[in-house]
Design a protein around this ligand. Structure first.
Ligand code: KIV
Length: 272
């Protein structure tokens, strides 16, 4: 079904909720730096997520756990300087919101004050609901994140599909309802069965944005470096690659090296 697209000059949390009501799918991509954020924003994406996947993609860590609040602030401030239209959501990194609502609020306030971002994202359900509520008291919009939550990788042990069993699926659905009730403006569902994602999207009235959650949700998110083919060794089933930039950039750099070595670069026209 194709749905007429309303033009939005600026995307807000209200705009994405309106998109869900109107049946318009929401597009979301990650970005962590000024230059790529400018391209993503000008291409018309609705939400930029400054994800803690920066820990893997930008810093080369094996998990998202090591990235710090200061590092997230650096990435998010760079992204915000580039954008004209997108809603910018910033991940609260591991250790900055769990188990201590005061610390959660302090971390979220630092993100909003020091980056100019528009909302924060937290991983988890009822376990972190008090932190969600406390952040919301300051008027800071919160996006939830359920299913595969990479900050809990050492609890899960693997990055496989979550909530395949009934008990975990029921908990995920009740967590989604709790996050909506607490006041989240949207949630991300990562790597869960398509049928469960559909049920969540039909049950709650806030937007559900999926990654590896199938097509029956309100929007989709991918990690930019994955969909551009820069991280060529990461090949999950849910990933659609739109470019093969690893190969393209590698080829360009090889040509440059060869031109320098052969004294072809710079030529007369490239000299003063
Ligand atoms: O950090 C991230 O990039 C994310 C997405 C995978 C949703 O949380």
């Amino acid at each position: 079904m194709s749905v007429a697209k309303k033009e939005y000059k600026k995307i807000t949390t209200n705009s994405v909720q309106e998109m869900k009501r109107n049946g318009e799918k929401i597009s979301m991509l990650t970005a962590y730096d000024y230059t790529l954020a400018k391209i993503v924003d000008s291409a018309g994406v609705d939400i930029i997520l400054v994800g803690d996947s920066a820990s893997n993609v930008m810093a080369g860590h094996e998990t998202t756990l090591p990235i710090t609040l200061d590092e997230m602030i650096y990435h998010a401030a760079s992204v915000v300087r580039a954008i004209d239209r997108c809603l910018v959501v910033v991940d609260l990194p591991f250790g900055t919101y769990q188990g201590d609502t005061k610390n959660a609020l302090k971390s979220a306030i630092r993100i909003m004050k020091e980056t100019g971002g528009h909302a924060v994202k937290l991983e988890g359900g009822v376990e972190i609901i008090d932190s969600v509520k406390r952040i919301l008291t300051a008027g800071i919009p919160v996006m939830g994140h359920l299913g595969l939550t990479p900050q809990s990788i050492y609890k899960f042990g693997t990055y496989t599909v979550r909530a395949k069993e009934e008990e975990e699926a029921n908990k995920l659905l009740s967590d989604a309802i709790a996050l909506e009730k607490a006041g989240c403006f949207a949630i991300v569902l990562e790597k869960i069965p398509r049928a469960l994602a559909k049920k969540v999207a039909e049950t709650i009235s806030i937007p559900v944005i999926g990654i590896g959650a199938g097509p029956d949700v309100d929007g989709q998110v991918l990690v930019l470096h994955d969909m551009l083919g820069m991280t060529h060794e990461f090949n999950p089933r849910f990933l659609r690659r739109y470019l093969n930039l690893f190969e393209d950039i590698n080829g360009a750099v090889q040509s440059y090296v060869s031109d320098v070595k052969s004294r072809d670069f710079p030529n007369d026209k490239e000299s003063y």
